[in-house]
Design a binder for this molecule. Structure first.
Ligand code: PLP
Length: 400
């Protein structure tokens, strides 16, 4: 019998491991590799936030804090929800964890029993299904196709709901597609949920501030206030303030759920880093200029990448509303053979051949549950993106 737990056996090895491993191997061999797989802004954390962290150390804020966040930070998060989302929460309805990831994990661990289902729109962020499986639940996938703007439709949601459904995950703008849900899109989904009072909403708003053109971000509890009592609204500082390494995420929801999540956290990690909490406080309460600045840069890069990819024969790249990803289709390339002699039978063979023959590392769609596509993260410089698009174009032009 294995020494390792049966819980761990529920989690499949990540399909992205093969391609990232290969990229690393080729780079170690001295090949010129461009990796477009990172899930984080390429900017430094704004200076006033870094200074606040240094000041926190010097002021001796280096001890345990309240398990799920210090009161000052919870108050700042309540103000954030009021200011930016028009949502009223009290500090007792707020929980702070080590990244948005811990908030999601706590929520599933605190609520799922064997057989409980969680509806996950596909394509999805790779961690959702595995977190649900680790917590003993069952992921139920509902397709969000390119034809529907990569958004879950009310019909697909309705069809996925069963008496065992506990949560539906909503992620706007989305990783991996960048798709954003307008108020009208969300309203159509919340109308469905109003007919199914046993289903809770997990709103993953981590990309809230990365929205482009005239897109207006909205969150489910704001669109349908009657759902607020069964919604966990999750957010964090990672993507909004280029703070991925600081590990601060937060959630807002009904007190009973928040208390249960804190109970779990008290016996696992306890409080997130005290220094990071002071940094997050400075991020939420300080000047917000960084948000508009980074948004402008990402919008320019998005335009560059969408244009570059649509110039590649056989690639169709929709224009995403937000985040820093594009999720083009390669349907027209399936069945072709690359200049290097590889048959493109699916998106994995496309990504592998692209990496071998051009040095560009992308993540294939099967990893996110919708094929045949691939994901590019454009959180890198214009020069790198221009080079990558030129290489991808050459690769596509060489397909026979
Ligand atoms: C969709 C989505 N949700 C949540 C997270 C978690 O972010 P963090 O744990 O850094 O707050 C990520 C990070 O990549 C993400 O892409």
């Amino acid at each position: 019998m294995s020494f390792l737990s049966q819980t761990l056996a529920r989690v499949k090895p990540s399909p992205t491991i093969a391609i990232t491993g290969l990229a690393r191997e080729l780079a170690a061999q001295g090949k010129d590799i461009i990796s477009l797989s990172a899930g984080e802004p390429d900017f430094d954390t704004p200076e006033h936030i870094r200074e606040a962290a240094k000041a926190a150390i010097d002021a001796g804020h280096t001890r345990y804090t309240a398990v799920d966040g210090m009161p000052e930070l919870k108050a700042a998060i309540c103000q954030k929800f009021k200011r930016e989302n028009g949502l009223d929460y009290t500090p007792a309805q707020i929980t702070v964890g080590t990244g948005g990831k811990q908030i999601l994990y706590n929520a599933f661990m605190a609520t799922l029993n064997p057989g409980d289902e969680v509806i996950i729109p596909a394509p999805y962020w790779v961690s959702y299904p595995d977190m649900v499986l680790l917590a003993g639940g069952t992921p139920v996938f509902a397709e969000a196709t390119m034809q529907n703007g990569y958004r879950l439709t009310p019909e697909a949601l309705e069809a996925a709901i069963t008496p065992r459904t506990k949560w539906v995950i909503m992620n706007s703008p989305s990783n991996p597609t960048g798709a954003g849900y307008t108020r009208e899109h969300l309203q159509a989904l919340t109308d469905v949920l109003m007919r199914h009072p046993h289903v809770w909403v997990l709103a993953d708003d981590i990309y809230e501030h990365l929205v482009f053109d005239d897109f207006t971000f909205v969150t489910p509890a704001q669109v349908q206030p009657a759902l607020k009592d069964r919604t966990l609204t999750m957010n964090g500082v990672s993507k909004a303030y280029a703070m991925t390494g600081w590990r601060i995420g937060y959630g807002a929801g009904p007190v009973e759920l928040i208390k249960a999540m804190a109970k779990l956290q008290s016996q696992s990690t306890s409080n997130p880093s005290s220094i990071s909490q002071y940094a997050a406080l400075a991020a939420l309460e300080g000047p917000q200029d960084y948000i508009a600045e980074s948004r402008a840069v990402f919008e320019r890069r998005r335009n560059l990448v969408v244009e570059g990819l649509n110039a590649c024969p056989g690639i169709v790249c929709p224009v995403p509303e937000g985040a820093f990803y594009v999720y083009p289709s390669i349907r027209d390339l399936i069945g072709k053979t690359s200049a290097g002699g590889t048959l493109i039978s699916d998106d994995e063979s496309f990504a592998t051949a692209l990496l071998h023959e051009t040095g560009v590392a992308v993540v294939f769609g099967a990893a996110f549950g919708l094929s045949p596509h691939f994901r590019i993260s454009y959180a890198t410089s214009d020069e790198v993106l221009t080079d990558a698009c030129a290489r991808i174009r050459q690769f596509c032009e060489g397909l026979r």
